[in-house]
Design a protein around this ligand. Structure first.
Ligand SMILES: Nc1ncnc2c1ncn2[C@@H]1O[C@H](COP(=O)(O)OP(=O)(O)OP(=O)(O)O)[C@@H](O)[C@H]1O
Ligand SMILES: [Mg+2]
Length: 392
């Protein structure tokens, strides 16, 4: 575990490249996972490729070769492979269960951004590391992550009790000799304006659970039949654009699906929502500040409409959300991350929490959620409880 920029990804990648290139580990293979399979390409895969470049220099491609569809890395010296997977849905999980290797055994697993995974995911992976291994090889799972919340299952599972089978390590950017002055300056600023975030992303310590706005958020799989559905959209470009598909059942709110993108034009976002089957017969509640984008969504067939903002409506929405359980599908990693870090602002002088969300919190998915529940929070004005058929 560690702060941002503490060297976790770079060094784990380099370590695996060295070990898998080493003749004393013949028969070892590595499975690398991000919760969302597609995230591997720009993170773990790129990191491992860069590591091979650093370890072998110009001659790297004499030792390691890459394939892109599917993603893979192969070491011709040892026959070891690195394969990349996700654990996002049943299909991806089945693909993990059915991995076969032409040479050797699956010995090592690396879960990057491990806080995005559920305990059930880890159990499936743990099950994969079974059977006698040739002399000299061992099974091992490596998890790298920012310690986002002291309430996270990883803490209870690996940090709260000692075990001879578990090795833990904490790093911070301050021990990383390769960090530049600009990064240090950003962190100093963060320490000033966002002490809670600095605790996790600067000091690499477990995120405080005090001051959290919602303590009723659960990440879990669930049955997909709902009384009603709704969509919520918070626009953004440099900040994320977030659209959430929500369901309502027995008084509880469910986050079923998320689209979360930065630096993406409105037209492209509409196309992405379309491609990912975000329904058009379900009201989409949007940030009222951007009528043009609402128009574009409507032109693409989405039932987009603006949320009426009134003084106090954020607190009223929070109140509504506090009164029920908010279930988040494990696939919605951004919504989960934001919700588990969403906290009240602290008065710098009195150290007391105020009745206002901390403006430093990332809240793009949260805004989408707040908008999305508007039809249920104010059913009469919005006719939000109209029953709608939806084929998911
Ligand atoms: N062994 C190394 N050699 C060269 N540069 C390094 C090394 N380790 C870390 N760095 C530098 O430090 C930066 C941060 O490292 P890295 O991305 O691994 O951090 P991290 O702990 O994974 O951060 P985050 O929590 O944000 O994912 C890298 O982009 C790289 O520039
Ligand atoms: Mg990293």
């Amino acid at each position: 575990m560690g702060s941002a920029g503490s060297g976790k990804s770079v060094n784990v990648a380099e370590d695996f490249i060295c070990k898998l290139s080493d003749g004393s580990n013949i028969g070892a293979n590595l499975l690398v996972l991000r919760k969302i399979e597609a995230s591997n390409r720009d993170s773990t895969f790129a990191e491992l490729l860069a590591a091979a470049g650093r370890v072998f220099g110009d001659g790297a491609n004499k030792h390691w070769s890459a394939t892109y569809a599917p993603l893979g890395l192969y070491c011709s010296d040892t026959g070891s492979r690195i394969i990349f997977r996700g654990m996002n849905d049943v299909h991806q999980r089945e693909k993990v269960k059915s991995i076969t290797l032409p040479e050797g055994k699956l010995t090592w697993i690396w879960l990057e951004e491990a806080t995005e995974f559920t305990k059930a995911d880890l159990e499936i992976l743990d099950d994969r590391l079974r059977g006698e291994l040739p002399e000299g090889l061992h099974y091992q799972i490596t998890l790298t992550f920012n310690p986002v919340s002291a309430a996270h299952w990883l803490k209870a599972a690996f940090f709260d009790r000692e075990s001879a089978d578990v090795f833990t390590h904490r790093s911070t950017y301050r021990e990383n000799a390769f960090i530049d002055e600009a990064f240090h300056a950003r962190m100093r600023r963060r320490r000033e304006i966002d002490p809670e975030g600095y605790r996790v992303y600067g000091l690499g310590e477990w995120g405080e659970t005090s001051g959290l706005i919602l303590t009723n958020v659960k990440v879990s799989e669930f049955e997909r039949d709902f009384d009603v559905y709704a969509l919520g959209t918070d626009f953004g470009f440099n900040h994320a654009w977030c659209t959430l598909l929500l369901g309502y059942r027995d008084g509880d709110v469910y986050i079923l699906r998320e689209m979360y993108r930065t630096q993406t034009e409105t037209e492209r976002m509409c196309a992405l929502l379309d491609e990912n089957a975000f329904p058009k017969d379900v009201t989409m509640w949007c940030d009222s500040a951007e009528p043009d984008r609402i128009k574009t969504l409507r032109r693409h067939g989405f039932a987009a409409r603006a949320v009426k903002k009134r003084p106090g409506s954020v607190l009223a929405q929070i109140d509504y959300l506090k009164g029920r359980t908010v279930f988040v599908h494990p696939e919605c990693v951004n919504a989960a991350r934001e919700l588990f870090a969403w906290r009240w602002q602290k008065d710098a002088r009195t150290e007391e929490y105020m009745d206002e969300p901390d403006p430093n919190c990332h809240d793009d998915a949260i805004a989408a959620l707040r908008y999305g529940v508007e039809g249920w929070r104010k059913p009469r004005s919005a006719a939000g409880f109209q029953s709608l058929e939806l084929g998911t």
